[in-house]
Design a protein around this ligand. Structure first.
Ligand code: NDP
Length: 337
């Protein structure tokens, strides 16, 4: 198997010297274990935080050990008495999702894997639209931001895995207006033409405050924040009375080496009676069955546009991860093996 190790904590933007691709021998699976040949690895923005040595909601990656993250793959070998996370039997040839990504093959307890129903969607969809990013969008919009029909919604990083679903769930649930921001004309066009956003703003073409004011002249009721920084400040300015913001991510500051300045218009939160609420998707796992049923149905009916950006080869996984932090993806960023 080949696996990516973190060999040094990145300072700012991660560079090649922070990582090493290492060859290892995998033993045969013992009782209750499986070996999985990974077919798709997930790279996600939260992994940048795990490269720093700081206490957070997930522990940091250890130096000179394999990094981990979600992956899907095919079971190659099964030890005795192996059952998956749901207690279902697991066999050679099954397609599974599991937490040992960043490597070509994984040896793990079968109960850490879940057998996937690939009739519902291709396996890699469970890393994106039907997986953790999808649940993040669903829980963040509907529960954390308390979306109600008729709300006007603004989402940043809107052409990404989470953001593209946020806008489409809002549309399908009866938003009065859905506005997204993304970097570059192609992404903006995809949001408007395929994903059904009412308006999309290229934040690289003009300051986001200006773009948002033009795209939502009557203001917004909900802001789904993936970016932080200038986007959060613009959204505080655009939120109407009793508006809500779900603070999901702050990708604009993940590579910062010094604390970024906060929004300069915080005092508006008071007068406008705003609620800004941070959340972590793992606290909302109880919504998974409802999310899978509802979004699965929309997918089957062709009501959701979803995209993936695929980078091929284990040797290009770090490059793919870096591309995520610089907008190289539309939809979910994946590494295909
Ligand atoms: P995306 O697919 O959205 O990829 C990240 C995107 O961020 C890039 O494509 C890029 O798009 C955009 N971006 C990068 N830098 C900047 C910048 N400086 N300003 C504005 N946009 C930028 O990733 P995900 O959908 O996986 O994640 C989206 C957000 O959700 C992240 O902040 C992530 O950390 C967060 N998240 C939080 C979870 C939680 O539990 N709270 C769970 C999952 C994700 P562009 O070309 O438009 O700039």
């Amino acid at each position: 198997s080949r696996e990516w190790h973190l060999t040094r904590r990145p300072h700012g933007e991660p560079v090649d010297e922070d990582f090493a691709l290492v060859d290892v021998e995998l033993p045969e699976p013992g009782a209750g274990q499986v070996v999985v040949r990974n077919t798709f690895l997930s790279v996600d923005p939260y992994m940048r935080g795990r490269m720093n040595d700081v206490k957070s909601y997930v522990p940091p990656f250890e130096l000179d050990k394999p990094m981990d993250g979600e992956a899907v793959g095919v079971v190659e070998a099964v030890g005795e008495d192996a059952v998956d996370a749901t207690g279902a039997p697991i066999s050679v040839g099954d397609t599974v999702i599991h937490p040992l990504g960043w490597r070509t093959r994984a040896l793990l307890p079968a109960k850490h894997a879940r057998v996937l129903d690939t009739d519902l969607a291709p396996a890699q969809a469970f890393l994106g639209v039907l997986g953790m990013p999808g649940l993040t969008a669903y829980a963040g919009l509907l529960r954390v931001a308390e979306f109600t029909e008729g709300d006007a919604v603004f989402v940043s990083a809107a052409a990404g895995a989470v953001g593209s679903l946020v806008g489409q769930i809002a549309r399908l649930k009866g938003a009065s207006r859905v506005v997204g921001s993304a970097g570059g004309p192609e992404k903006v066009q995809w949001l408007q033409d395929d994903a059904g956003f009412n308006a999309a703003v290229d934040y690289k073409a003009a300051p986001i405050r200006q773009g948002l004011a033009e795209a939502a002249p009557e203001g917004i009721d909900i802001y789904f924040d993936n970016v932080g920084g200038d986007h959060l400040e613009a959204a505080i300015g655009a939120l109407r009375q009793n508006g809500r913001a779900a603070l999901c991510g702050a990708i604009s500051v993940y590579n910062n080496t010094e604390a970024a300045p906060g929004p300069r218009n915080m005092a508006m939160i008071i007068g406008k009676r705003l609620t800004l609420r941070g959340f972590i998707v793992s606290d909302h796992r109880d919504l998974r069955p409802q999310f899978e049923a509802e979004v699965g149905q929309w997918l089957a009916e062709g009501k959701i546009a979803w995209r993936e950006t695929v980078v091929d080869g284990i040797e290009n996984a770090v490059e793919g991860f870096r591309g995520l932090l610089t907008g190289g993806n539309t939809g979910k960023m994946l590494i295909r093996l």
